[in-house]
Design a protein around this ligand. Structure first.
Ligand SMILES: C[S@@+](CC[C@H](N)C(=O)[O-])C[C@H]1O[C@@H](n2cnc3c(N)ncnc32)[C@H](O)[C@@H]1O
Length: 247
């Protein structure tokens, strides 16, 4: 089955482009404070691969932190065109490819990151093994995905009480891994649900050593600025993992 490229859907892209994540970058990214805790202490001269790089915010940030070279891979031509329009940097190479077909080579990167892209991938274990091989010994894989508590049902919606306020978040079919079709800006957005067990054990089975797990809640200043964010701590929206290829 060929991967979906929903970010090139004009209606989807127009809506996604208006998100704070798209207009303001990492400072407006909910999981960014926690994501930084997954990163190695220094990126200086590091070779970095960003899988599902989108608009290139992390690629530019990595370069600003001294990375020698960043390769950003994404299936969406619109996302990559926007990333390229945000400034040429000879140290960043954007590659249009699905993650499923991208071959990163062996021992070519010090750090592989992926922010909110791997829940679009049906075959996570093949990608995890490929990432392991493309890292140098001692290299780091750090990624975020939509949390399995969030993806289990697939409707991505609170159950609301009579007053319209969120009553609870439905969790069901937790162990039924696989495709979920949701509405997010447009109908028919395909995501893949996996258990936490699968996210972690697939890394261990590929040979990685687990470094860190984060289920971030919104920082206090975020909640102050955006009160609706308080509901995010009632169920985790994102799961973040860091794992190392043993040295
Ligand atoms: C939620 S966006 C995240 C973008 C960026 N990493 C960020 O954190 O802002 C997900 C990105 O993954 C890309 N993507 C989704 N499925 C993909 C696939 N099968 N292969 C490559 N890229 C994919 C989308 O095109 C999109 O740019």
């Amino acid at each position: 089955m060929s991967p979906q490229n929903i970010y090139d859907d004009p209606a989807f892209f127009a809506a996604y482009s208006q998100l704070p994540r798209s207009t303001q970058g990492l400072s407006a990214v909910y999981e960014w404070p926690a994501f930084q805790r997954l990163l190695p202490p220094s990126l200086t001269h590091r070779r970095v691969l960003d899988l599902g790089c989108g608009l290139g915010y992390f690629a530019r940030e990595a370069r600003a932190r001294g990375a020698g070279e960043v390769v950003g891979v994404d299936i969406s031509e619109r996302m990559l065109a926007d990333a390229r329009a945000r400034g040429g940097d000879p140290g960043i190479t954007y590659v249009r490819s699905s993650l499923e077909s991208y071959e990163p080579g062996e021992e070519t990167f010090d750090l592989v990151v992926s922010m909110l892209a791997l829940h679009y991938i049906a075959d996570y274990s093949t990608i995890a093994r490929r990432i392991f091989l493309c890292l140098v010994p001692g290299g780091r894989f750090a990624f975020s995905v939509e949390h399995p508590i969030y993806t289990a049902v697939g409707t991505s919606a609170w159950h609301r009480g009579p007053d319209g306020a969120p009553a609870h978040w439905p969790v069901d079919r937790y162990r039924d891994e696989g495709e979920r079709r949701t509405k997010w800006f447009v109908d028919g957005v395909v995501k893949y649900h996996r258990t936490i067990e699968s996210y972690v054990n697939t890394l261990l089975d590929a040979g990685f050593g687990l470094i860190r797990i984060e289920e971030p809640e919104a920082e206090a200043d975020w909640v102050a600025a955006r009160p609706a964010m308080a509901d995010e701590r009632r169920r985790p929206p994102f799961l973040l993992l860091a794992a190392d290829r043993p040295a």
